[in-house]
Design a protein around this ligand. Structure first.
Ligand code: LR7
Ligand code: MN
Length: 593
């Protein structure tokens, strides 16, 4: 639920913004009070897709089907809003099966290939920083289960492409007994032919889950520090040095980069606001604003700051320290809870956990977890129970108050972890709350209200590029709301144009949104391309609300990779749907002033 929770949190932040603001559209970023205003990225960071005379993308990557891998230059020619365009049934298949298996757009991931540039999302002051030459050497541990081949290889190559060779001791891939075919022989072959001996692969004989999986990786590692990454990440410019420097100073420091967002629908890499880790009494990880008191100092907002918890997937820790601090709880299964466990343990047992704003690593944020656990167990609850019983003292009652059904649930044997806590002479959970996470409130009549999350209302609305009627060319009819244009979830249909009716007027803006009558955005649900488009509240995060006017007057939808089509030009109903872009006349649209 971690990432789901994250997306829920983001959605919530956007929701709060929209409800406190007069604007119907507009938020792009959610800066935190005290930080410098967020600087949006340059709009077109990627060159356009090159095409052959038939309009097919030239660098289209078909790696999974055994064709050629492209060069770096070719791959980078390949990120345009139309990168997800579906040309035939095979593309449609890759996309649909990809969403099922991986919960992100596999068609785009495959077309991107294994190398691409990502925008440098760091604060401009970061590039002026220097780091000692004698930094510790890193063993990178990447544990994966049924990962998409192209996402896994892009993770590995991004590390190889953007890490100084002398700091990279090795990359250890741990296959957690994946079932997907291409992760077997194809991966062995790819590694043998294309990767140096620094990249190693360990295969678990049975599914262990990410917690024991990472422990396997760590036990094979021989570098000075361990760097853990999820298997669908891309590291940014100068990502590693700022993480190693604080550990060189003090090996009991554990550090995390800022986790940038790679969209699961478009694979576009974008900057995250600088926030820190917290949790709630349901033991779900959440992001919090960074208190002003934690920021600043002589280095301004580029200095590392303390974080009560980590998200879990991306962190760096001295290898010896990882071992003496008790690696992970090997009794935890598959997924969930280990991130809070290690966070509490670090703080309570004499270490510290920092976020380093000058280090940025992108992660594909999916809307759901695409895999289950053997037996369908709720491993998040089981693992959380273990950590509550070991680390939370009397405060575990807060968890049980929210999850009474777990009070008498079995959580296995925790005696070794209790002994560890004793051996390391760790402090109490109350100490942790008082000193490390004072924002955390106990529910009850005396609870102070949470400090409000500051949302910047000063963001500019995206610029409107054109306003007019959206006319289906062969029929000369206008695309309008089937009911009222303010009705959320309403369909759109073509009707006779009425040039006195302002409710037929669309605005098209620089974010590629189509907004009817200044109210709602034309939206495509992200997974089911068989549904017709609907009018929805503008969410400002692209994907399902991004439309591109292309050649032959097609109107292309970015997240489904298809074009808008009038279903039956002879029918008076005027229904529209999405279809493979074929240049036919029923797919021709014109925005007319
Ligand atoms: O059985 C499994 N075996 C595995 O090897 C299940 C998963 N895995 C691998 C998987 O392929 C991936 O590389 O483990 C890694 C993490 O699994 P994800 O990507 O499904 O997890 P997530 O990104 O949804 O969840 C977040 O919380 C998890 C709690 O157990 C882990 O700590 C993840 O590492 C963590 N991810 C991040 O912190 C990235 C930022 C997201 C946020 C917030
Ligand atoms: Mn992940």
């Amino acid at each position: 639920y971690g990432c789901l929770f994250t997306s829920v949190t983001w959605t919530l932040l956007l929701f709060i913004y929209f409800n406190f603001s007069e604007e119907t559209q507009g938020v792009r970023h959610v800066p935190i009070k005290g930080l410098e205003p967020y600087k949006p990225l340059p709009k077109k960071i990627y060159p356009r897709l090159s095409r052959d005379s038939a309009g097919q993308p030239i660098a289209s990557h078909q790696g999974l089907n055994g064709n050629q891998l492209e060069t770096k230059a070719e791959a980078n020619a390949d990120l345009s809003p139309e990168l997800g365009m579906i040309f035939n049934e095979q593309d449609q298949d890759v996309r649909d099966v990809g969403y099922q298996k991986h919960a992100f757009n596999l068609l785009i991931s495959n077309r991107l290939g294994y190398h691409r540039d990502v925008p440098d999302t760091r604060d401009s002051k970061c590039s002026k920083k220097t780091y000692p030459a004698d930094l510790p050497h890193a063993s990178i541990v990447i544990c994966f289960y049924n990962e998409a081949f192209s996402a896994l290889l892009r993770t590995v190559h991004s590390v190889l492409d953007r890490t100084p060779a002398q700091l990279l001791h090795e990359i250890i891939l741990v296959d957690d007994n994946s079932e997907l075919d291409d992760l077997k022989k194809d991966l062995d072959n790819y590694m043998q032919e294309n990767l140096s001996e620094k990249v190693k692969l360990v295969r678990n004989k049975q599914r262990e889950g990410l917690i024991r999986g990472r422990m396997v990786g760590a036990s094979r590692a021989t570098g000075d520090v361990l760097v853990f990454l999820d298997s669908h990440c891309e590291v940014n410019e100068m990502w590693l040095q700022p993480l190693l420097a604080p550990i060189r100073e003090n090996p009991k420091t554990v550090v995390c980069p800022v986790i940038d967002i790679i969209s699961s629908d478009t694979l576009i890499y974008s900057s995250s606001p600088v926030v820190r880790g917290g949790f709630n009494w349901g033991l779900h990880f959440k992001w919090d604003p960074v208190p002003l008191s934690e920021l600043g100092g002589p280095e301004g907002y580029t200095a590392p700051f303390r974080s009560p918890t980590m998200a879990g997937g991306l962190f760096v820790m001295d290898r010896e320290y990882f071992n003496t601090l008790g690696h992970y709880d090997s009794g935890m299964d598959i997924w969930g809870g280990e991130n809070l466990e290690i966070s509490f343990r670090i703080w309570m047992c004499g270490g510290s956990l920092l976020i380093v704003p000058c280090s940025r690593v992108g992660h594909i944020f999916r809307k759901r977890r695409p895999y289950g656990s053997p037996g369908g167990h709720d491993t998040m609850a089981y693992n959380s129970l273990r950590l509550a019983h070991v680390w939370m003292d009397e405060y575990k009652d807060q968890y049980f108050a929210l999850r009474p059904e777990l009070r008498n649930k079995d959580y296995g044997d925790i005696s070794e972890r209790l002994a560890l806590r004793k051996r390391l002479k760790c402090k109490s959970f109350k100490w942790y709350l008082d000193n490390i996470y004072p924002e955390m409130q106990l529910p009850g009549p005396n609870a102070k209200p949470q400090p409000p999350v500051f949302i910047n209302k000063g963001q500019k609305r995206p610029k409107i590029l054109q306003r007019g009627r959206l006319i289906n060319m062969p029929t000369n009819k206008c695309l309008v709301a089937q009911g009222h244009p303010s009705q959320k979830g309403g369909l759109v249909v073509t009707k006779e144009c009425d040039f006195n009716d302002s409710e037929q007027v669309w605005s098209y803006n620089e974010e590629h949104e189509l907004i009817l009558s200044n109210l709602l955005c034309l939206d495509m649900s992200e997974i089911r391309s068989s549904d017709p488009p609907r009018l929805m509240k503008c969410h400002g995060s692209g994907g399902s609300q991004q439309w591109v006017f292309g050649k032959t007057n097609r109107l292309y939808q970015v997240s489904v990779g298809q074009c808008l089509k009038l279903v039956d030009p002879l029918s008076h109903k005027g229904y529209v749907s999405m279809a493979i872009c074929d240049g036919s006349s029923s797919q021709q649209w014109h925005l007319e002033n």
